[in-house]
Ligand binder design. Sequence first.
Ligand SMILES: NC(=O)C1=CN([C@@H]2O[C@H](COP(=O)(O)OP(=O)(O)OC[C@H]3O[C@@H](n4cnc5c(N)ncnc54)[C@H](OP(=O)(O)O)[C@@H]3O)[C@@H](O)[C@H]2O)[C@@H](O)CC1
Ligand SMILES: Nc1ncnc2c1ncn2[C@@H]1O[C@H](COP(=O)(O)OP(=O)(O)O)[C@@H](O)[C@H]1O
Ligand SMILES: [K+]
Length: 509
Amino acid sequence: MKIFPAELVKAIDQYTIANEPIASIDLMERASMAVTSKVMELYPESNQEFSIFAGSGNNGGDGLAIARMLSQQGYRTQIYFIQTTPSTTSDTAINLGRIVPSENLTIETLKPEAVIPYVTPETVIIDTLFGSGVNRPLDAFNKHMVEYINDSGCTIISVDLPSGLMAEDNSTNDPDAIIRADYTITLELPKLALLLPENEQYVGELSIVPIGLHPKALEGFPSNMHFITNEMASKMLYKRRKFAHKGTFGHCYLIAGSQKMLGAAILSSKACMKTGAGLLTTHIPAGLQTALNIAVPEVMIDQDSNTECFTQYSSITNYDAIGVGPGLGTNTTTIATLAQLLTDARRMPMVIDADGLNILAYNKELLKTLPKFAILTPHPKEFERLAGSWNNDIEKIERLYQFAKEHSAYIVLKGAHTIVASPDGRLWFASVGNPGMATAGSGDVLTGIILSLLGQGYSPEEASILGVHLHGLAGDIAAKEESQEALIASSIVDSIGRAFKFLWEIRNL
Ligand SMILES: NC(=O)C1=CN([C@@H]2O[C@H](COP(=O)(O)OP(=O)(O)OC[C@H]3O[C@@H](n4cnc5c(N)ncnc54)[C@H](OP(=O)(O)O)[C@@H]3O)[C@@H](O)[C@H]2O)[C@@H](O)CC1
Ligand SMILES: Nc1ncnc2c1ncn2[C@@H]1O[C@H](COP(=O)(O)OP(=O)(O)O)[C@@H](O)[C@H]1O
Ligand SMILES: [K+]
């Protein structure tokens, strides 16, 4: 699924109207029906009351149609139609004409000088003041309206976008002139701004509802930004051949753990095996082998001569992929050994995480020796150490593009909606995962998953995208079973199998 700028969303909308073909008013009706279904899923009890704030653009047209549909389903619905812009769009005017006031449905038009009516906190507000047509901070009256809605104490559902939020760059926006929604129900396509951490306060819980935009337009219109879907990830899966043997699925080499952080090596190793690697050798400091072997009996062990940290390694020629970093420490001998490894492994698939990244950040000359298409998996703080700070999320994305290009590397910037950046300027945003995964060791699990995929012959691009998706899916399955609170990194490992099964079911549909 691609992420398009607002102008292209409009063009796709027009293409659908011309080529399905469908009248634009009918497309609006279909979109409104999809949103209404989602709202009814959130509020199945028909004694819930709704107040719909509708602007005079097409987002407001959606709002009027949604109001009509909710009232027909038995919900008491009050419309406040805001007339600030001189012209009401034609589809919005048609929907205005379709409003027949009844016991369940009332409408009041508000002009700029109007006093905004009181809405009781039990009412759910549906925000359709503005959608993707906003290209500047809202004017004074609309800002006043937004502040009133934000202060109402009501649950707020925004349609398409929280009103006032621009679809991409909000660095010059007025933060007080944007709706702070509890839920955002967006139409068919995720918009960039909805996926950025700095907009969390406005977007709330995001859902995407299909409205039947034309598949040819969705496929044909260009974009370098993508949203990773189950379908996309499931298509990437390699089928295991009948006559395969363990050598077929790669021999991975994981360099992880130190005296104080053996757990990182255990979690990465387990995740690597559970993701399907044929063989895994894990390099750990001397003296820790029993603990590792008890935790993961499937793993082979390569011991360092040092009991504290990573100071040497055996020949790497037998391995298909290398993972380095989780729990490694940043001892000076470790730095020198990693520098040597990078030079030795120039042509090998590699994933670098955690202290591996910190070592690169504090010894930037090492970045020049990264193996081509190495995968780096920083969390935002680690990425900041590597690439410098940013003032807003749009700048952060710019930094990501540049860094991936400059170092011919895949960067997996972790967080909610983890972003994978490729060296040729494409980005993929994660669609799965949950805050329960913000727990110690969860990144180590991702490293193990990506290493395993690299070892099995997945390209760095596939390993990054599929790895992020499997990790997020496993986290969601674990959270559903045990709650987000009780989810620990081991729960993610335990759910990798079910994540695979889920993707195979989709693939075989
Ligand atoms: N894409 C799809 O597939 C489908 C999309 N649909 C829906 O259409 C929505 C987009 O509709 P839209 O283009 O009419 O834009 P919307 O945001 O409602 O209003 C724009 C109006 O606001 C005005 N305005 C702008 N900024 C302002 C400001 N700062 N302060 C004050 N005014 C400002 C602007 O004025 P102008 O900039 O022209 O001066 C214009 O008059 C989309 O989000 C979705 O809900 C569905 O119905 C069907 C399928
Ligand atoms: N709020 C969140 N929503 C979704 N995923 C999250 C969230 N917070 C963290 N994660 C995921 O959990 C992992 C955390 O990795 P990291 O910060 O390296 O943890 P650690 O160093 O403890 O292993 C990443 O894959 C990240 O995407
Ligand atoms: K809106």
